[in-house]
Design a protein around this ligand. Structure first.
Ligand code: NAD
Ligand code: DAU
Length: 356
């Protein structure tokens, strides 16, 4: 079986869906169920017994040790993290705790577990660390896309904490020989995306007739990848990745924020026209920028394409259509995650952003 940390979050949850579309091997999900974790996302698999959900903190080493001894996973897929850049600006401590200390806790317990394995079990074991392109910093307009050899230059507490976790993974491979793999992926979007992030926030604000808050000049660039393409990349790296290596994952889809927002608006105009006949774009509002806002991310996926044979299946056009459609059809999930705590965060993040 697989041990999946953060499997009730956005990407981890999509990974569980993706896994059971192609595999029967059971999974244990270790998730603290923070504001970003939602058991409902993987409920069908818990109900039919293919997934076991354990609500616990990755920093709780006794629990991690017990889970490893009891379930004897052949691999750990480590998704759990605090993941939102804006939240890391308001409260960085949680990011250091979960992303650095928590990853250390997972690595060290994995090392103890793996050291005691023998023969084929030991040979087959993998620790796959799911990381981000943000560790590489920000690109200028004409800089080449991030390759795996690009120096780390993280700019936010979030990306600095993820860079710290990546370094720990590297150290555990080189020092102890722990069989690690790391993926550094660009911006994901798709079903079950928590609506604090750009795309789901824009879809839901638009449907509510609320302002669509674009930071700064809206010309920051992200390299968008449909979440299921990321999940498939992780499956393939798990199967074929070379130990100790890192793989950049991206779909060559660089898009300016303002163009992402207008695309979402156009999809909604077609699928759910506004009652007064106006266009959703009229809700776009420029607001004060994010401090330290990285200008551009872009992934060079040459290595994963060449060595692993992975390629994305979705274009941005097809992926965003599926995503908008999903949010229109899954109002129960949306209502559930937009709790009191969610509304409080929206007030905290947007209250003092006067027009940019
Ligand atoms: P998310 O915030 O949606 O989900 C994180 C999950 O981790 C939640 O289920 C949460 O409950 C759980 N969690 C948080 N702290 C925990 C702790 N201390 N112990 C146990 N569980 C804990 O995040 P996501 O967007 O799904 O990202 C998953 C991983 O992928 C992260 O490591 C992130 O850095 C990385 N990543 C994300 C993106 C993206 O665009 N979202 C892109 C590249 C890489
Ligand atoms: O690049 C990978 C990273 O992508 C992941 O590691 C992170 O976990 C994930 O959250 C994401 O980080 P970003 O900061 O790029 O994503 P976010 O959706 O928060 O913002 C995308 C862009 O949109 C960014 O330039 C900021 C801008 N933005 C965001 C919000 C929430 C706005 O203009 N308005 C908003 O309200």
């Amino acid at each position: 079986m697989l041990l999946i940390t953060g499997g009730a979050g956005f990407i981890g949850g999509n990974f569980v869906h993706h896994w059971f579309e192609n595999n029967q091997e059971p999974v244990v999900v270790l998730d603290k169920l923070t504001y970003a974790g939602n058991a409902q996302t993987i409920a069908p698999f818990i109900a039919d017994g293919r997934a076991t959900l354990v609500k616990a903190d990755i920093c709780d080493r006794d629990t991690v040790r017990h889970l490893l001894a009891h379930h004897r996973p052949r691999a750990i897929l480590h998704f759990a993290a605090e993941s939102h850049v804006d939240r890391s600006i308001h409260g960085p401590a949680e990011f250091v705790q979960t992303n650095v200390v928590g990853t250390f806790s997972m690595l060290d317990e994995a090392r103890l577990y793996w050291s005691a394995l023998e023969g084929a079990e030991r040979e087959a074991f993998r620790f796959l660390h799911v990381s981000t392109d943000e560790v590489y910093g920000s690109l200028g307009d004409h800089d080449p896309a991030f390759s795996e050899t690009k120096a780390f230059e993280p700019n936010s507490p979030y990306s600095a904490s993820k860079a710290g976790s990546d370094h720990l993974v590297r150290a555990y491979f080189h020092t102890y020989g722990l069989p690690t793999l790391t993926t550094n992926c660009s911006n994901n979007y798709g079903p079950y995306h928590f609506p604090e992030k750009l795309i789901p926030l824009m879809i839901l604000n638009a449907l509510d007739g609320k302002p669509l808050p674009v930071y700064g000049d809206g010309l920051n660039i992200r390299d968008w990848l449909y979440v299921r393409d990321h999940c498939e990349a992780i499956c393939q790296v798990l199967k074929k990745g070379q130990l100790g290596e890192t793989y950049n994952v991206g779909g060559i889809n660089e898009i300016r924020n303002i163009d992402v927002v207008t695309t979402v608006c156009r999809k909604l105009d077609a699928l759910r026209p506004r009652a007064d006949g106006s266009q959703y774009e009229s809700l776009i509002t420029y607001v004060k920028d994010r401090p330290g806002h990285d200008r551009r991310y872009a992934i060079d996926p040459t290595k994963i394409q060449r060595d692993i044979g992975w390629k994305p299946a979705e274009t941005f056009e097809s992926g965003i259509s599926k995503t908008v459609q999903w949010f229109l059809s899954n109002t129960e999930w949306v209502d559930h995650v937009r709790s009191g705590a969610y509304r409080q965060w929206i007030d905290t993040n947007y209250a003092n952003r006067t027009a940019g």
